[in-house]
Design a protein around this ligand. Structure first.
Ligand SMILES: [Zn+2]
Length: 443
């Protein structure tokens, strides 16, 4: 891991070394009763969460902060900081953590009102329109379908790129899926998979791209949490919202979808308190969004690779997130490390096991690898830190971040036929990027 020069964010970390079959048995358990209407937008001035900085000389303190329910977003030598609901702050104090400072979100982030200048980002309806347009442009190649409904009833849209199969039709071709926006405020994580789908369509006549579209089954689900995204930009201002819009039994809102998967669910780094940003939910797969991803994956045994985009910190993470142990399959681990290392060279991001900064359980990738044997990565996209824009880096970040992520995506699509070959093959996918600015962020 690189030295933490300024700050790091981690929204992803996640899972456990050993499966617990009880969790999947419970996966269809009825979630807590919820109201239909979303809560009214709360201005940042009224948000009860605080921005808390704690002394954290090592991983033990970071873990204690996460386990208290603080959603850690910044790490620097000797310190860690993040969002804390009042009860999480009290637990952190009770756990003996030394609190350096506590400020309101308004004091930390200012007024947070600028979505007009970020109009290039896609909301749920704009995303759907872009996908429909793609499917209309290349009907022989592109199909679109919903993998399920969100908590508030929105469709969770997927776009599929392959020749010879459309929509829900099964395929024997090696499959790969790119996921975005498990976390609402991480808007770049929607833009990157959407732009990748457009890139493949735009360049479908390039020989190497044509080969991939012919021989692979490629899915993009750019917005897993449309309810949360809508809320995060409601009223033309950002709300720093992470979770979905489930109405919890205690009156609080939202479950952290990336703590709601069954592998290792209920372990460290995922909160039991519904008020916390990292609330794991009442049971594994309690949420319709995570359940839809589960059903999607389980229905496609041809899937070999999964990439879940998040922001931010510029990291490439591989399982486990819920345990410091390495995955037990040494050959697979070698492949994971080779792939993460290669993609790090392409992007300048840092490769590491997901649990490196702290353990967090119940994420997408630990489940997809642990339960399904799918080679699964979490990318924490740009920026590098809170100081470069954090969750809201502005419209200019869209193109540069997308460009930096073309080659890793092509590399993974190519490897989907046999990801384990990454451990022994040094030749990487050689498709020429279509855009001249592609190499800007590659060291
Ligand atoms: Zn995230």
């Amino acid at each position: 891991m690189k030295p933490l020069a300024a700050a790091l964010i981690l929204c992803a970390a996640s899972a456990l070394a050993l499966p617990d079959p009880r969790f999947d048995d419970q996966s269809d358990k009825t979630p807590l009763v919820r109201k239909d209407a979303p809560p009214a937008a709360a201005p940042v001035e009224m948000d009860p969460r605080m921005w808390v900085e704690v002394e954290a000389p090592g991983k033990a303190e970071r873990q204690a902060a996460v386990d208290a329910g603080i959603s850690l977003e910044e790490l620097a030598p000797g310190m860690a900081a993040g969002f804390a609901a009042p009860r999480a702050l009290a637990r952190a104090k009770a756990a003996g953590l030394k609190i350096r400072s506590v400020v309101t979100l308004r004091q930390r982030f200012g007024s947070l009102d600028f979505p007009e200048k970020d109009a290039l980002y896609h909301n749920d309806q704009e995303l759907k329109a872009e996908m429909l347009s793609l499917a209309a442009r290349a009907p022989d190649l592109v199909s679109m379908f919903s993998i399920g409904k969100s908590t508030l009833g929105k469709d969770l849209w997927a776009v599929r790129l392959t020749r010879g199969a459309a929509g829900d039709q099964p395929s024997a071709k090696p499959g790969i899926v790119f996921l975005g926006a498990h976390h609402a405020r991480e808007h770049l994580s929607t833009e990157v998979p959407l732009l990748l789908a457009k890139y493949l369509v735009d360049n479908r006549d390039q020989p190497e791209i044509a080969r991939l579209l012919e021989s692979r089954d490629i899915y993009f689900i750019p917005m897993v949490n449309p309810d949360g995204v809508e809320y995060d930009v409601e009223g033309g201002r950002y709300h720093m919202h992470r979770k979905n819009m489930a109405k919890n039994g205690d009156g609080s809102t939202g479950v952290d979808l990336n703590r709601n998967y069954s592998w290792g669910w209920g372990g460290g780094g995922a909160s039991l308190d519904p008020d916390d940003d990292t609330y794991r939910g009442p049971s594994p797969f309690s949420e319709p969004e995570s359940r839809a991803v589960k059903t999607f994956v389980e229905g496609r045994p041809n899937l070999k690779v999964l990439l879940s985009y998040h922001t931010f910190s510029e990291l490439i993470l591989y399982p486990w997130g819920g345990s410091d142990d390495p995955i037990p399959d040494a050959k697979a681990l070698a492949a994971f490390k080779a792939m993460a290392g290669e993609m790090a060279r392409m992007t300048g991001y840092t490769p590491e096991q997901s649990s490196a900064l702290y353990i967090a359980t119940g994420d997408t990738c630990d489940w997809a690898w642990g339960k399904k044997g799918i080679f699964s990565f979490t990318f924490e996209l740009t920026p590098k830190s809170m100081w470069n824009g954090g969750f809201y880096p502005g419209a200019n970040a869209i193109q540069t971040t997308f460009q930096a992520n073309i080659r890793p995506a092509l590399y993974l699509i190519d490897l989907a036929d046999d990801p384990r070959r990454a451990a022994t093959q040094t030749k990487v996918f050689a498709a020429a990027p279509a855009s001249k600015s592609q190499g800007e962020t590659i060291p």
